[in-house]
Design a protein around this ligand. Sequence first.
Ligand code: 13P
Ligand code: SF4
Length: 360
Amino acid sequence: MAAAPIQIRFERFDGALGIAPARPPRAVTPEEKPALIARIRERLRALDAVFVAHYYVHPDLQDLAEATGGIVSDSLEMARFGHEHPAKTIVVAGVRFMGETAKILNPEKRVLMPDLAAECSLDLACPADEFAAFCDAHPDRVPVVYANTSAAVKARAEWMVTSSIAEKIVAHLHAQGRKILFAPDKHLGAYIQKVTGADMLMWNAACVVHEEFKARQLEELKLLHPQAKVLVHPESPASVIAMADAVGSTTGIIQAAQRLGAKEYIVATDGGIIHQMRKRLPGVTFIEAPTAGKGATCQSCAHCPWMAMNGLHNLLEVLETGRNEIHVDPATGERARISIQRMLDFAKVHLPTLKGSGDA
Ligand code: 13P
Ligand code: SF4
């Protein structure tokens, strides 16, 4: 039986983190786009840089990552790809923890991001000192943290996991009879606890994007599209996960769509992923899962405000100026690397074929 979750004051981040700090990047006009892209390609070559992007960033950036020999993928494959690539500079279009993970794994390389203020609500809701106190209070539990955390939190953990491998790693620890302390995503934690039966004590935080998917509205949408299959990211609430035909990481969701062979899908994750789904499955219909919408607490309407901070203009600017380099305290990075490397070593054996763009 799992212990009762402790309550961490996630509420204090509401509004403060809200959506306000996420500034949209400068808009790109159709006239300037070709020259911007050409210049970015040139700078990537000149800097011996590889461009790694998450599925939630703007389609222009996804296409550019693919066209320049980089990758569009989920958090696990972004980390693995950047680590294995020989380029001297890694440019990450995503959110801060993704850049930090790249830096921790590659301290000798330069890691740049279009906007360093691209945060994540899960990371913000898990301060390192409070997490350390949580671990200290439960020394009998193995600390397992989601990738969406700071370097200092990863440094205090034994394992880092991403959504694509969390279930396998927790099942592995459970089989060894170990009890788990999981942070920070309560929905992902609850889902893994349900499928593995592991004894997990959970931190209390959520993703502001996935938290907004609503089961009742999803039921109504399903009535309008009875043939549609439902694909859900495990950061979503349990009531939404319960309606899924497939639950998975972002790459897992794309692979499920390829595997299930339906003509219509309802997708409960950031709508940015639909760009890749359409490219791989032309002729198939993808519908964004409903959020609470206007008048409720919806702050993002299924689009991560921090992922949206990445754009062509600020990407070119960092490539031209070298600004927005990620720095991680070397001692913290060294300790954090242990929990990340543990996951990568495990993935090599248990999830060797997960890929991003180009694997269709
Ligand atoms: P993935 O690892 O599934 O891409 O998830 C990262 C994330 O932040 C989803 O909100
Ligand atoms: Fe974080 Fe949610 Fe944005 Fe993913 S979608 S980066 S979990 S705030």
